[in-house]
Design a protein around this ligand. Structure first.
Ligand code: ADP
Length: 691
């Protein structure tokens, strides 16, 4: 069962990466640099994914479902055989901590880039792992991890430990089968619940009990061992900012560490790894209590999602280390040759909607890019590890993480400033992401002051999630961007061909309705009636002169003299009553997305009418104000109508628009029928006004 990674392990020239997304791309990047041939594997959902496009060769595993593709041991081994791959890198997730997979590779003579199966097994069971860690002198959270599983015994142990305690499934993972118990009275019910959950998730209901730390930080140590008996630690990462036990923002080094604590934790982590005969990259997770005590939590026997922050501060490529160790080489550096330089953060960009309980989002990325130069950022300080590119489809089959944004600074403050600017410079369109949430986290005063613990998000729910009120300046800026766009579209046409009442060099007024994008998806509503809609009226004397903006919405009315100046790329400068602000302005259909280093604001906008002070008012409603569908024709072609009579209804972004007769007259013909799609500016019907 044990695989002996011998010091003279086989070198390999072809590496198969048994994973997808950003980690597959990231591993292949290093492998290519080291002169290895790269092989990707893919499911039907990923046939054209970025990791497949970037690989030298790629082999189909099976249908989209992970069970039938990325988790299919036989298919992965077969893919390695077909391509003569000498080694397999598992990435994280999927088969990365699967002992049976490692054994299958051993049997097939393929090198597993990771630890021996025996080391994975040793850490697979929480209770057994704790017992071994105890023997190795690694500090544990006070608790109980014995064999006896009698209800009464467990309750006595909990009483002895003292409340609150945390019940954990021995076989657990991913936060399942875990419950906080506040008092002896509630113990039995919690135990029953945990056992049920654990039985159904892991087919095993053994429990362990830990003292529940009220304000711990999650601090983990990166360790590395080779097959020659050497082990080092590459310092620590703080991953305290978690939602439902899932990490969101990580950093290295952990703020507030002393050299002494760093060495103690590092050495304890290396002891933990040695105890189980570890080889390769591993992470030992600790809880760090407010008093500086630290306790072993678990060891992840693989490369972590957040490994890049360690690479940034040490200047080392951990995947290169993994591959060298797998080839039987010695560790590239000794402990005293490793140093920390500066500070690094990682933010995980997910396709999900934090405002809707982090519901995963899908769609086509109409754009995915980052303009470093435009944001004044240095390429060596910012790294975007992504598994997607513009045009890619985000499906619901896998983890919704799109990319990781990793930054480096000379110190924590500089790195944090860079993180915020880099988040603002990300240009993601077509799919909802958690970018705005990341910005709120990263600009939070407590985060800036490194007041971190694992309940950070929970504690700051109010400010991180509360339905944020859009500031009047943001409504004005969004309206201004909309007005500017209408003006540009108009300027590129001959003004005389237009029927929407927009006239150059003449005083005119345009009204725009703005609301949160979610609302525009709701039931059809009349923008003017809905409380949540803000109407902005823009007026100006002529091209080039400032706009006079009047805002009207719930609890909101304001006026501004406003100008907009396009800068390079998507950047614009918006000036409201002499206050100039620079931001990135992007359009995603009819949603305007404005991003500055502090926040992302998304507003759905549409033009709701045009009042021309010239002569063209009569024709103003006969063109489609935006891309949409015709819902109904309300009169017959040829019908005589009076001014203001409804003629036709169209729908766009789930809002209905009624086209009314611009004057007394008759409809000569309709150019579209119910159900037809119309483009913005299409003439909808031919109308003849009475003489
Ligand atoms: P899983 O394997 O299910 O991810 P872990 O044992 O790694 O579970 O714990 C996950 C998270 O739960 C930790 O990162 C920490 O935030 C919290 N946690 C775990 N043990 C304790 C404890 N004894 N006291 C307080 N929080 C804990």
């Amino acid at each position: 069962m044990t695989r002996t990674t011998s010091p003279d392990a086989q070198r390999f020239d072809t590496l198969l990466v048994a994973n997808r997304g950003e980690i597959a791309c990231r591993v292949m990047r290093t492998a290519r640099r080291m002169g290895l041939r790269t092989v990707a594997v893919y499911s039907d959902a990923d046939a054209n994914a970025r990791h497949v496009r970037e690989a030298d060769e790629a082999v189909r595993l099976g249908p989209a479902a992970a069970r039938e593709s990325y988790l299919n041991v036989a298919a992965v081994v077969e893919a390695a055989r077909r391509t003569n791959a000498g080694a397999i890198h598992p990435g994280y997730g999927f088969l990365s901590e699967n002992g049976a997979f490692v054994e299958a590779l051993d049997a097939a003579g393929i090198t597993f880039v990771g630890p021996p199966a025996s080391a994975i097994a040793a850490m697979g069971d929480k209770s057994a792992a704790k017992a071994r860690m105890h023997d190795a002198g690694v500090p544990l959270v006070p608790g109980y991890h014995g064999e006896g599983q009698d209800d009464a015994l467990l309750r006595d142990e909990a009483d002895r430990i003292g409340y609150p305690v945390l019940l954990k499934a021995s076989a657990g993972g991913g936060g399942k089968g875990m419950r906080v118990v506040e008092s002896s009275d509630g113990f039995q019910a919690a135990l029953d619940g945990c056992r049920r959950e654990s039985r159904s998730a892991f087919g095993d209901d053994r429990m362990l009990i830990e003292k529940y730390l009220v304000q711990p930080r999650h601090v983990e140590v990166q360790v590395f061992c080779d097959a020659h008996g050497h082990g080092v630690y590459l310092f620590e990462r703080d991953c305290s900012v978690q939602r439902r036990h899932q990490k969101v923002l990580e950093e290295a080094p952990a703020p507030g560490m002393t050299e002494e604590l760093r060495r103690e934790m590092g050495e304890a982590a290396v002891r933990a790894a040695r105890e189980i005969g570890y080889v390769g990259a591993g992470t030992v997770e600790f809880l760090l209590d407010v008093d500086g005590s630290f306790y072993f939590m678990e060891m992840n026997t693989r490369l972590q999602v957040e490994h890049p922050v360690t690479e940034m501060i040490t200047g080392q490529d951990l995947v290169e280390w993994q591959l060298r160790v797998a080839m039987g080489e010695r560790l590239p550096l000794a402990q005293d040759e490793l140093t920390i330089s500066g500070h690094s953060f990682e933010a995980r960009l997910y396709a999900e909607d934090p405002e809707q309980d982090f519901l995963p989002a899908t769609g086509t990325l109409s754009r995915f890019a980052m303009d470093l130069a435009g944001a004044g950022l240095e390429a060596k300080r910012v790294r975007l590890d992504s598994g997607v590119e513009t045009g890619d489809v985000v499906s619901m089959h896998y983890d919704p993480m799109l990319a990781k944004l990793i930054v480096h600074g000379d110190d924590r403050a500089q790195a944090l400033a860079t993180l915020n600017r880099a988040l603002a410079a990300l240009d993601v369109r077509g799919v909802v992401t958690n970018r705005g949430f990341l910005q709120r986290l990263a600009t939070h005063p407590d985060f800036r002051d490194a007041k971190l613990d694992t309940r950070f998000i929970e504690r700051h729910e109010d400010t991180l999630f509360a339905e944020r009120r859009v500031a009047p300046e943001d409504y004005a800026a969004a309206a201004l961007i909309g007005l500017h766009q209408l003006a540009r579209e108009c300027e590129s046409d001959s003004p005389w061909d237009r029927h929407d009442g927009f006239r150059l060099n003449a005083p005119h007024t345009i009204r725009i309705a703005l609301c949160a994008p979610e609302l525009s998806q709701g039931p059809a509503q009349d923008a003017d009636d809905a409380e949540s809609v803000t109407v902005v009226e823009g007026k100006r004397e002529g091209q080039g002169s400032p706009w006079q903006l009047t805002l009207n919405g719930q609890d909101l009315s304001a006026t501004y003299a406003a100008t907009l100046e396009p800068l390079e790329g998507d950047a614009v400068a918006v000036t409201l009553d002499g206050h100039r602000r620079r931001l990135q302005a992007r359009r995603d259909d009819n949603v305007v997305v404005m991003v500055d280093p502090r926040r992302e604001t998304r507003l759905f906008w549409r033009r709701i009418d045009a009042i021309d002070h010239g002569h063209h008012e009569a024709e103003s409603t006969l063109t489609a104000p935006m891309h949409g569908t015709v819902v109904a024709l309300l009169v017959e072609a040829g019908a005589r109508v009076e001014k203001g009579m409804p003629l036709m209804v169209m729908e766009a972004m789930k809002m209905e628009h009624t086209m009314t007769a611009p004057a007394d007259g008759h409809v000569e013909s309709f150019h579209f029928a119910a159900g037809d799609t119309v483009g913005q500016g299409d003439v909808l019907l031919a109308f003849a006004a009475d003489e």
